[in-house]
Design a protein around this ligand. Structure first.
Ligand SMILES: *[C@@H]1O[C@H](CO)[C@@H](O)[C@H](O)[C@H]1NC(C)=O
Ligand SMILES: *[C@@H]1O[C@H](CO)[C@@H](O)[C@H](O)[C@H]1NC(C)=O
Length: 351
């Protein structure tokens, strides 16, 4: 059991920012993780009026900072959060758990904070000095196993101590490096813990790097959408189609027909734009456009329409993977590292 101490929560909101370390005459540059610690935790209000709590819990010796956005009455009364009213962790609303890209931008933007189709938003911050999900760099995510385990344990053990939610309606969103962890590690090793789940993999994909724990259950029940752009990073122009092919084959090995696979696994990279620029313009606004249409794209009954997606897409992104594994790209930046998106540091640690 992970005992959360919410007595601290309200105090943390006002806690003084920590300062980055220094050595000798020279300044020691704070890591991204240390800089993130300067952004205060606490309670705030979401774009749709939901209540956001931002706090950190220790999971398997990894510090997992989280943001949970929910109607206030869905928090357990025991948290002491204003308006919290739930008396049991068994709720009726689902959750959409987001893993940010390298540098943590989408954790702080929290593009899934508004309730959508009865689904509440959660975002987790990578327990890594660089804020890379899976650690390592580029396509080599050397801490992928441990990070995937921590995400799973957070949702199954820590989240029910603060929020009432439907544990049979847990879905996920990856952004860039977060999509690498989801597809490379989390789906094969942890998704059996989340029945009938769905994953929106934005601007990143990696074939499974570890064995499936329960391939039959996971491949028969999990909805996966791969979303990219025409001018994706060149390294991902290789790894996303490899991931699409690997997941399609994993489903076929479990006896799913082409039609069954296409109903569960879809792919699109029609918008013009670079890495994560799904609206044809920018990383942040592009990720927001996909988050706004999460339910349409991966939840049951979704029509596949993404409002605001970049031209020349007609808005419909649900194209079955079978026969469409070989995505066509145009140009794209050639670099081994994924771009670090870190526009969120608002605290100036200069004296
Ligand atoms: C919550 O649901 C689980 C599984 O359905 C059940 O075992 C448990 O008793 C429920 N707990 C409460 C407090 O209702
Ligand atoms: C939980 O979600 C599942 C899957 O969507 C649904 O079948 C079930 O009715 C939900 N349970 C509650 C209590 O809302």
């Amino acid at each position: 059991m992970y005992i959360l101490s919410f007595g601290l929560l309200l105090g943390l909101a006002a806690a003084a920012p920590q300062r980055g370390g220094r050595t000798g005459n020279g300044r020691q540059k704070a890591t991204a993780q240390q800089q993130a610690a300067q952004v205060p935790q606490g309670v705030s209000t979401a774009t749709d009026g939901s209540t956001i709590i931002d706090d950190t819990v220790n999971i398997n010796n990894l510090p997992i900072r989280f943001r949970v956005s929910a109607p206030a009455d869905q928090f357990l009364a025991t948290t002491g959060i204003p308006g919290a009213a739930a008396t049991s962790p068994n709720g009726t609303m689902g959750v959409n758990v987001l893993l940010h890209g390298d540098g943590g931008q989408s954790f702080f933007d929290f593009p899934n904070q508004a309730v959508q189709a009865n689904t509440m938003g959660v975002a987790l911050l990578a327990p890594d000095p660089n804020l890379f999900w899976g650690g390592g760099a580029g396509l080599e995510r050397t801490d992928g196993v441990a990070h995937a385990q921590a995400v799973s344990t957070f949702v199954t053990d820590a989240l029910p101590q603060m929020l009432a939610f439907n544990s049979s309606a847990v879905s996920f969103t990856g952004v860039s490096g977060g999509s690498l962890l989801m597809s490379g590690f989390f789906i094969p090793a942890q998704m059996q813990n989340f029945p009938n789940s769905a994953v929106l993999l934005n601007c990143g994909g990696l074939a499974p790097q570890v064995d499936f724990v329960d391939a039959a259950t996971v491949m028969q029940q999990t909805t996966i959408h791969f979303q990219s752009t025409q001018s994706e990073l060149q390294s991902l122009q290789q790894s996303i189609p490899q991931a699409v092919t690997a997941y399609e084959q994993a489903a076929a090995q479990q006896g799913l027909s082409a039609d069954q696979i296409n109903a569960l696994q879809t792919v699109d990279n029609t918008p013009n734009g670079g890495h994560c620029e799904f609206d044809g313009q920018d990383f942040v606004s592009g990720v927001q456009v996909m988050a706004n249409s999460f339910s349409n794209v991966v939840q049951p009954g979704g029509d596949g329409i993404v409002t605001g997606i970049g031209a020349p897409s007609n808005g419909q992104v649900k194209t079955g993977v079978v026969g469409n594994e070989n995505l066509q790209f145009v140009g794209g930046k050639k670099r081994d590292a994924l771009p670090v998106e870190k526009r969120w540091v608002v605290v100036n640690d200069d004296p």
